[in-house]
Design a protein around this ligand. Structure first.
Ligand code: ADP
Ligand code: MG
Length: 237
């Protein structure tokens, strides 16, 4: 049993290395994904990739930084959640590793939606995941934070924890996602996000998604991304 698990993992790693970025992936079953993610997608009735997903996911599986632009409703959530689950899974991320991925969203409502999708699609994985959006007891939240592998958060609350919760170590973090970057900036979270990024390790993978490309989004992109691939889907594409 154990041997089989090890073999599966090494063939998955090889498949990701060999993944041909010129190929046009239309079905999740054709991508090199863990059985846990494949089962989660199937159970959620996701079979075909949307355009932004087929452009972003293969690159993100190969640990590239992503600057993604696609209108609301195009499927950006799975475009970053699948790589988050997979890139941590292939490293056998466990509770000992601490926080592996941080997903920042502008509003509580949007963060809660992302968390729901994570719970559904990631249900067969063993990661611990939390939602940090304020409105709850800070003390209780602090105690749970230390044990999380994946967090979905709003900027203000996250910064509060990074500044105040001594036991909260983000030194191992591998992946940062900035979702709805245009709204993050429009809502005045620039300095909070700047400060959060200051706390994070410099060597990490970052994915920034936005419905629109504005001056402020470019600022955030410059601040957070490295050698990024631009993936865009437009109305007439
Ligand atoms: P965005 O973040 O770009 O606004 P979402 O990630 O919220 O878009 O997805 C919009 C809707 O499309 C959701 O209802 C979601 O369940 C659905 N969706 C996303 N990806 C797929 C897919 N591959 N197949 C079918 N439906 C999808
Ligand atoms: Mg979205």
């Amino acid at each position: 049993k154990r041997k089989r698990g090890v073999d599966e993992l090494s063939s998955l790693k090889t498949a990701v290395e060999k993944l041909d970025l010129k190929e046009d992936f239309s079905e999740f079953s054709k991508l090199p994904l863990s059985e846990f993610t494949k089962k989660g997608l199937k159970a959620s009735h996701f079979t075909q990739l949307t355009k932004i997903q087929s452009k972003a996911i293969p690159l993100a599986l190969k640990a590239r930084d992503i600057l993604g632009a696609a209108k609301t409703g195009s499927g950006k959530t799975l475009a970053f959640l699948i790589p988050v689950l997979e890139n941590l899974y292939r490293q056998q991320w466990s509770s000992d590793h601490g926080l592996g991925a941080l997903i920042i969203s502008p509003t509580r409502e949007l963060a809660a939606q992302i968390f729901q999708v994570l719970r559904r699609v990631g249900r067969y994985h063993a990661f611990s995941a939390g939602l940090v959006i304020g409105g709850k007891d800070t003390q209780e939240e602090q105690e749970r934070l230390a044990r999380m592998n994946i967090l979905v958060c709003t900027p203000g609350r996250m910064l509060q924890h990074l500044d105040q919760t001594a036991a909260f170590d983000v030194g191992n973090l591998e992946m940062l996602v900035l979702d709805e970057a245009d709204r993050i900036m429009d809502m005045g979270f620039q300095s909070s996000v700047d400060a959060i990024i200051e706390h994070l390790p410099k060597s990490r993978q970052t994915m920034l998604f936005s419905a629109t490309q504005t001056q402020k989004v470019s600022y955030l992109a410059r601040l957070s991304l490295r050698d990024q691939e631009y993936v865009g889907v437009h109305e007439d594409a």
